[in-house]
Ligand binder design. Structure first.
Ligand SMILES: [Zn+2]
Length: 237
């Protein structure tokens, strides 16, 4: 039987391309409640990664994902939940037009902590199971993001170690190529709309009576929306 990769943008097929194919994980019901829950969660993470709306339960047994969507080239074991290959993560083919979603229309003072801001701005509500949040060191948000069944990706660093392990080097290299776009998108909004770089009057960041958002919050939202109307920063070639 010929296997086709289920990923939208991938045309790999087993009779033509020398690739390994991995079955969509099944829900294991015969090994206790914990295994059942974990396998359900994993199947969901795969389905989120595949992101094909017309994929029905009937076609799950025939659904395959090829090796190109796994960092190590193969899917990890069920209980290896910290492995980045617990679900497909590479070349997913969507989300690359990178719409900028302002975290919220609330404005915050410069001294607010990254953790406090992330947890209180409403950003977490936008997360879906299987999402990966790129953050820098200092964002101690693993547990709050974990509550949404998403994960945080922080660049590996060699502090306290002589050098990174081979796995970390490979992981960091692949992710750095995606991470750079995040910085570009944020830089793009700030460069185009210089008002976002300046110090603003306190009146701009306080919410007036009867309003839900501050003036600066609304300006930020519109700046992001205008950037989204422009051409994509990332070429699709
Ligand atoms: Zn594929």
């Amino acid at each position: 039987m010929v296997n086709f990769c289920a990923m939208m943008v991938c045309s790999n097929r087993s009779d033509r391309d020398k690739k390994s194919f991995f079955r969509l994980p099944t829900i294991i019901t015969s090994q206790g409640e914990q295994t059942k829950q974990l396998s359900e969660k994993r199947q969901q993470a795969w389905l989120t990664a595949i992101s094909q709306k017309d994929l029905t339960e009937k076609s799950y047994p025939h659904t395959r994902v090829c090796q190109d969507h796994f960092i190590s080239g193969h899917a990890s074991k069920l209980y290896d939940t910290n492995n980045p290959d617990w679900a497909p993560s590479l070349l997913l083919g969507y989300g690359t037009s990178s719409p900028t979603t302002p975290a919220s229309q609330k404005t915050w003072g410069g001294r607010v902590s990254d953790k406090h801001l992330t947890e209180n701005c409403g950003f977490l509500n936008n997360l879906l199971p299987g999402d990966v949040v790129f953050a820098n060191h200092g964002f101690k948000i693993k547990s709050s993001v974990g509550l949404m069944c998403a994960e945080v990706n922080i660049p590996a660093f060699s502090k306290g170690r002589k050098q990174l392990s081979a796995v970390d080097v490979e992981k960091t290299r692949k992710i750095a190529s995606v991470r750079i776009h995040v910085e570009r998108v944020i830089g793009n909004v700030r460069q185009k709309y210089t008002t976002l770089q300046d110090t603003v009057l306190i009146d701009f960041v306080t919410t007036q009576e009867g309003e839900t958002d501050s003036l600066m919050g609304k300006i930020g939202l519109i700046c992001c929306a205008l950037c989204n109307l422009g051409t994509s920063l990332i070429s699709f070639d």
